[in-house]
Write a protein that binds this ligand. Structure first.
Ligand SMILES: NC(=O)C1=CN([C@@H]2O[C@H](COP(=O)(O)OP(=O)(O)OC[C@H]3O[C@@H](n4cnc5c(N)ncnc54)[C@H](OP(=O)(O)O)[C@@H]3O)[C@@H](O)[C@H]2O)C=CC1
Ligand SMILES: O=C(O)[C@@H]1CCC=N1
Length: 265
């Protein structure tokens, strides 16, 4: 019997397995619909795979569902879990009660939302435990899984749809910001590689300033804006172009999409 089984070994499942391997060693196995993908990942991570979702459920104490929300019905159809087995669902919008219903009810479900910087051990995950009884050791195993590839925050399930735009999807828009900043550098003749380094390290540094100083992001922004200087010129243009409202509206769209998966069959 293995500790953790992954159903779905795509971008997110593989990133989680890479971190989990450091903590759970060979206590991991996985499966995927694609044989090629399984062989590729077995070579890359040195972890074993099994050929069906049922085998994965049978051979693991905890099962991570790392498949797209659209495929939950198909992937879980006919699956027979053990009574009280713990499933960890990372799909946006799919509620704990929906996963329980798909699996026949008699399981415990942890709903979670990780992100791909997990690949570097810099992930940010939110988790919600179902209201079932858990032994402290079981909660600890789930937390150790998510801590193995970054930071973990426990939130009420009602907040989980909003975690999707805040941390699940947000790396994508930060990459867009970095890409756009680098494009501007290239426009003025800067080599692209140097522009990426200047932009990306500034994003890392700014994020650490927020996390480690505890100061308000607006106050940190003010410190960068010298009176009559360069930064305030950029701030003025960003305000005129609707930078803040673009981010808020984009995240609202992302949140709505996450919520829509709940009612999808
Ligand atoms: N990528 C991200 O940044 C994040 C993703 N998530 C969530 O994680 C889940 C996985 O996402 P991601 O890794 O990006 O998606 P991927 O498509 O990269 O990975 C899913 C994997 O599951 C396989 N698969 C499809 N159907 C089945 C099935 N019936 N049984 C077993 N395996 C199956 C897919 O194969 P095939 O490609 O052939 O269909 C694919 O290899 C999604 O719910 C996503 O929303 C959560 C947080 C962040
Ligand atoms: O785009 C998606 O649907 C997934 C969920 C969060 C990040 N990627």
């Amino acid at each position: 019997m293995k500790t953790i089984g992954f159903i779905g070994a795509g971008n997110m499942g593989a990133a989680m397995m890479q971190g989990a391997k450091k903590v759970f060693g060979d206590g991991i196995l996985f499966t995927d619909i694609s044989r090629n993908r399984m062989e590729e990942l077995q070579d890359q991570l040195g972890l074993p795979f099994v050929l069906s979702n049922q085998e994965c459920v049978d051979q693991a104490s905890y099962v991570v569902l790392a498949i797209k929300p659209q495929y939950y019905g198909e992937a879980l159809e006919g699956i027979r879990p053990r009574k009280g087995q713990v499933f960890i669902s990372i799909a946006p919008g799919i509620s704990i009660s929906k996963v329980k219903a798909l699996l026949g009810g008699d399981v415990r479900v942890v709903r979670a939302m990780p992100n791909t910087p997990a690949l570097l051990g810099e992930g940010m995950s939110a988790i919600s435990f179902s209201e079932d009884p858990y032994q402290e050791e079981e909660r600890d195993t789930v937390r150790r899984l998510f801590d193995s590839f970054g930071k973990t925050l426990t939130v009420p399930e009602s907040q989980m749809d909003m975690v999707v735009p805040l941390s699940g999807s947000s790396p994508a828009y930060v990459y867009m910001l970095i890409e756009a900043m680098a494009d501007a550098g290239v426009l003025t003749g800067m080599p692209r590689k140097d522009a990426y380094m200047l932009a990306a390290q500034s994003v890392v540094g700014a994020a650490r300033m927020v996390l480690e100083t505890g100061r308000h992001p607006g106050a940190l922004k003010d410190d960068v804006c010298s009176p009559g200087g360069t930064t305030i010129e950029a701030v003025k243009v960003l305000e005129a172009k609707g930078f803040r409202s673009a981010i808020i509206e984009a995240m609202e769209a992302c949140w709505k999409k996450a919520k829509s998966f709940q009612s999808q069959d």
